[in-house]
Each structure stands twice: as C-alpha cells, then as structure tokens.
Write a protein that binds this ligand. Structure first.
Ligand code: ADP
Ligand code: MG
Length: 166
C-alpha cells in the first residue's frame, strides 16, 4: 500500500534540488528512494540536490544508458534509472540487494516499474508537472513502515525547501 504523507510545490529545478537536499538529511544507510514521474518531471534534478547535500562533488547525470552510477559522499549514493530495463529478470543483474547496504542510499528513477523486485519498505517520491511551466508537485509516499515518522519529522524542513505545501 502506498500512503501519501506530504506534497510540496516547487517552481524551478533549483527548488526541486533544494527539496532533494532537504530529504537527504533524513536518510540513513540502507535507505531506498523510488523516483516516479514522466520524462522531464525532475527526478534527476531531485537526485542532484540529494547527492550534493551528502557531499558528492561529482556531477550527477542521468544514468539512463548505463543503468547505475555510484557516487562517494558521507554515504555512498547509488543512482539508478531503470527506464530501459525490458525484463524484470534484468533487475537481478543490477544486484539491488547488494546495493542496499548500510553505507549507501539508493535512488531509482522509474523504480515503480520494478516494484515486485523492491524490498517491503521504501520512500516513493512522485514528481508531477504543475499548472505553470516550471511548477512541479512533489509527493512523498511511504511504502511499508520505515518512512512515515521520518517524513512527518522532516515536513517543515521539506515544505520550506520548496514553495509550500500543495
Ligand atoms: P527527469 O529525470 O524526471 O527526466 P530531469 O531532472 O532530467 O527530469 O529534468 C527536469 C527538467 O525540467 C530540467 O530541464 C529542468 O530544468 C526542468 N524544470 C523546470 N522546472 C522544474 C522544477 N520545478 N523541478 C525540476 N525540474 C524543472
Ligand atoms: Mg532522469
């Protein structure tokens, strides 16, 4: 079951990056974040802010063709994009369970496509286009028990990183 905990509006890619950065402060090793939303919704922008907040200095680019990038920060950041996966069995080749270790956080763009292969608890971040051109609605949805309390605890911080609730 997916439970929407909070939705925040952003008005630019930088605000979406700031929102990603604000979430990073609530993350611990072993966390999994699934990013869902159409092409251009801001999944990569969100990841860029998230990784920068963990001290990643490398430029974070879309792993669409390479499937997975690994960055070193205060935690290791695994950034995956499974848009091009044709078969769920290919997920096994990604070694997802090995990525989800205690020293790393993992973000997966289009991760909902591989939901059957995901663990029982993760945070889903749903990015949708808003009414204005540069506006996005970013919803935080908990799958399993691990996230509700943490998002509630961080909600003021998240709301002020963006442009308010929506
Ligand atoms: P995705 O990974 O979901 O395909 P990207 O993060 O690569 O999306 O691209 C988002 C695009 O939308 C970028 O060109 C960015 O500049 C633009 N953009 C405009 N407004 C926003 C916003 N509020 N949040 C995120 N990206 C935005
Ligand atoms: Mg992307």
């Amino acid at each position: 079951m997916v439970d929407e905990l909070l939705a925040v509006r952003t008005r630019s890619a930088d605000e979406t990056r700031a929102l990603g950065a604000a979430l990073a402060g609530s993350c611990v090793g072993g966390d999994l974040i699934v990013l869902t939303g159409d092409l251009g919704a801001g999944k990569t922008a969100f990841t860029q802010g998230f990784a920068a907040a963990l001290g990643v200095e490398a430029a974070v680019t879309s792993p669409t063709f390479t499937l997975a990038h690994r960055y070193e920060g205060s935690l290791v950041v695994h950034h995956l994009d499974v848009y091009r996966l044709e078969d769920l069995s290919e997920v096994i080749d990604l070694g997802l369970s090995e990525l989800l270790d205690d020293d790393a956080v993992t973000l997966i763009e289009w991760g909902e496509a591989i939901a059957p292969a995901l663990p029982s608890s993760y945070l889903q971040v749903r990015l949708e286009l808003g009414d204005a051109e540069d506006e996005r609605r970013v919803a935080f949805e908990a799958v399993g028990p691990r996230w509700e309390g943490r998002i509630r605890g961080a909600q003021d911080h998240l709301v002020s990183a963006g442009a308010g609730r929506c």
